[in-house]
Design a protein around this ligand. Structure first.
Ligand code: FE2
Ligand code: FE2
Ligand code: FE2
Ligand code: FE2
Length: 399
């Protein structure tokens, strides 16, 4: 069945406001929920936060009072959606448990996008990035075992493997080398634009999360690890945002944002295992259809173009959370030693990379290395979850 969000009718904007009772969502059960339900919640929280912040930036650059008022009206609803979505997370989960879920999102969402992306340059950007968040999951899992005495499989279940990726230590690049070439808005496929916006939004929310929750731990190693990985998420936001064409007008960006919200809520409505949560995805989809109609009207008026020239007439195949174990093992076996030079990728550590590394490390091992050594000393061995056999690289096996 085809679904063209530009042709569907949603809920009129003046009927989208929710009262306290309607906003007061019951959180998911941390012990029984499908880990991928939690991943969908975290993804949509990142998407809603991006839509709010995008709308604020647009409003700050927009001299037209009527447009600013329209933006404020839609943005308030986005803010309610963000509350309804993020408040589905249980207060019972620790910050570190939520962190493990954030990295699981980064792994399985980015791997899925990499598999589906048709443009080879963009695909390479996702393949490159995913091996880093894969390693973050492993570092945080060891921190979790060390300070909370629990195993990360409690969070990720058996869906995502936990083992070394590209070592976190090697993610600290000169900022110049984090800027990629952008797609061309005239020639890029619509799905490529949606992928870039989705992954950028998810990484941006991870960056925001670590910069705020990092100092909430007492243990020095935890505080330090959040600082280190928080800085890498800054690099990841730079990496992914640079894929988007900066030549898109504000109207076109607004259109793409609303379209992407429709696409993702529709995807998650189609793939959600929990009926109560599915009903929320469906409600939000019906709100987004109206946001999209408003953004499409504005696009027609101010850009003088037909929205169907910019976004697809039919929603692409649903974004799906599913295991990507074999795909990740293949990337580990072939791309683990990649780094970036300018806007491209290389396999050798170049001079600018070395210089940055020396200054940042200051002659010491970074927290991401110490956390593994400390957990080995404390727990007897490091934490891994290798459900498909030993590590694909011989040098990264536990001997
Ligand atoms: Fe929204
Ligand atoms: Fe990460
Ligand atoms: Fe990341
Ligand atoms: Fe929206």
């Amino acid at each position: 069945m085809t679904f063209n969000p530009l042709q569907e009718r949603g809920i009129p904007l003046d009927r989208q406001l929710r009262n306290w009772r309607e906003l007061n969502v019951a959180p998911i059960d941390p012990d029984r929920a499908d880990p991928y339900t939690r991943c969908r919640i975290i993804t949509m929280n990142g998407i809603e936060i991006e839509s709010i912040m995008f709308s604020h930036h647009f409003a700050r650059r927009c001299p037209d009072l009527e447009v600013r008022q329209r933006l404020a009206e839609v943005r308030y609803i986005e803010a309610q959606q963000q509350k309804a979505v993020n408040w589905l997370l249980p207060g019972l989960a620790s910050v570190l448990e939520t962190t493990l879920a954030y990295e699981q999102v980064a792994v399985d969402l980015t791997a899925w996008v990499a598999r589906m992306e048709p443009d080879p340059y963009l695909k390479q950007a996702y393949q490159f990035g995913v091996l880093e968040d894969f390693d973050h999951l492993y570092r945080y899992a060891n921190l979790y075992e060390m300070i909370e005495h629990r195993k990360a499989e409690k969070i990720v279940d058996q869906l995502t493997e936990v083992m070394p990726g590209r070592p976190t230590k090697m993610h600290h690049r000169h900022p110049v080398d984090n800027v990629r070439e952008h797609y061309d808005r005239e020639t890029a496929q619509a799905i490529s634009k949606l992928h870039a916006l989705t992954v950028m939004s998810a990484e941006q929310q991870t960056m925001n999360f670590y910069m705020n929750v990092g100092p909430m731990y007492m243990e020095p190693i935890a505080r330090q690890l959040y600082q280190e990985i928080g800085l890498i998420e800054e690099e990841h936001v730079t990496h992914y945002e640079s894929l988007l064409d900066p030549g898109e007008s504000w109207w076109e960006q607004w259109l793409n944002h609303e379209y992407n919200e429709c696409y993702l809520y529709h995807s998650f409505m189609e793939t959600e295992s929990d009926p109560r949560i599915r009903a929320i995805w469906e409600l939000h989809l019906n709100m987004e259809l109206e946001h999209l109609r408003i953004a499409a009207d504005m696009f027609r008026q101010h850009d003088g173009r037909d929205p169907e020239q910019s976004v697809p007439r039919e929603l692409p195949k649903p974004v799906t959370f599913e295991p990507n174990k074999e795909y990740l093992r293949e990337l580990l076996a072939t791309q683990i030693d990649y780094t970036t030079l300018g806007t491209g990728y290389v396999q050798e550590a170049h001079e600018r990379f070395q210089r940055w590394q020396e200054q940042l490390m200051g002659g010491e091992e970074p927290p991401s290395e110490r956390v593994i050594a400390e957990n080995r000393a404390k727990s007897g061995e490091e934490y891994r979850l290798e459900t498909e056999g030993t590590h694909p690289l011989y040098s990264l096996r536990t001997h």
